[in-house]
Design a protein around this ligand. Structure first.
Ligand code: CTP
Ligand code: MG
Length: 239
């Protein structure tokens, strides 16, 4: 059965700072997003890869695709929030029958951040297989820090037992019909404030969501120093 991927890449990278959104920052001369696309493109069981970028970066993305010879990529316009970018990416499939876009609706869709360039096939396969079985699945990681809740005056209210909690990461995977329906049913509030696709699938489609212990390869570039770390990883492993 078919598997496609949607890469949200429409953010502006506020936490990283700087004029260029992090997905277009050069790592050893090559844009970060190109490494992520390459990681997915190398997997032959992923048919189409849809990248959602903001309007002003569509030409940049197209030139990256051409320069690095990326294949099976479709570029769509992103949205003001991550959810809106993902929704735009999903919409291209079913609507393809009406438009000139030749993409076929997949059975399973992977959602993966454009700024997680080191994701490995094993992790992707695990979330896809779990999504087929349960409807939805997402990678999780152990917490690095203990989570605390502060009271209104800024003092410690309580702290959570770290070993009982996990950080929700990417990739996630869904039966296409489930996540598509969830996005169609959800409210503007969800689209504007949330960041978690599993949550939407659970809330609107009452699906099961299987959590998969991921490996460190799905780590996300968020802050400036993550770029230096990513360059080092590329030097060591990819080049
Ligand atoms: N994203 C998106 N559309 C948005 C916002 C985010 O497609 N309107 C994408 C980002 O481009 C990124 C992924 O969602 O690939 C994960 O988001 P995050 O790490 O938060 O990236 P940014 O939102 O760009 O960064 P920041 O939150 O620091 O501004
Ligand atoms: Mg963000």
């Amino acid at each position: 059965a078919s598997v496609a991927a949607v890469l949200p890449a429409g953010g502006s990278g506020e936490r990283l700072g700087g004029a260029t959104p992090k997905q277009f920052c050069a790592l050893l001369g090559r844009p970060l997003i190109s490494y992520t696309v390459r990681a997915l493109e190398r997997i032959n069981w992923i048919s189409d890869i849809v990248v959602a970028v903001s309007l002003e970066n569509i030409e940049t993305m197209k030139s990256i695709i051409e320069k690095y010879g990326h294949k099976r990529i479709t570029v769509v316009e992103g949205g003001m929030t991550r959810h809106r970018s993902i929704f735009n990416g999903l919409k291209i499939f079913p609507e393809s029958k009406l438009s000139s876009c030749p993409l076929q609706k997949p059975e399973v869709v992977i959602i993966h951040d454009a700024v997680r360039p080191f994701v490995e096939e094993d992790t992707l396969l695990k979330v896809v297989l779990a999504a087929k079985e349960h409807g939805a699945a997402g990678a999780i990681r152990p917490l690095v820090s203990t989570v605390v809740a502060s009271s209104a005056d800024g003092s410690l209210d309580h702290s959570l037992e770290r070993s009982r909690y996990r950080a929700s990461e990417m990739p996630q995977a869904f039966l296409f019909d489930i996540i598509y329906q969830a996005y169609h049913q959800c409210t503007d509030y969800d689209l504007d404030y949330g960041t978690e696709c599993l949550h939407l699938a659970l809330k609107y489609c009452k699906t099961n969501a299987k959590l998969i212990e991921g490996s460190p390869d799905l780590w996300k570039v968020t802050y400036k120093w993550d770029l230096y770390a990513a360059e080092s990883v590329i030097k060591d492993t990819l080049s």
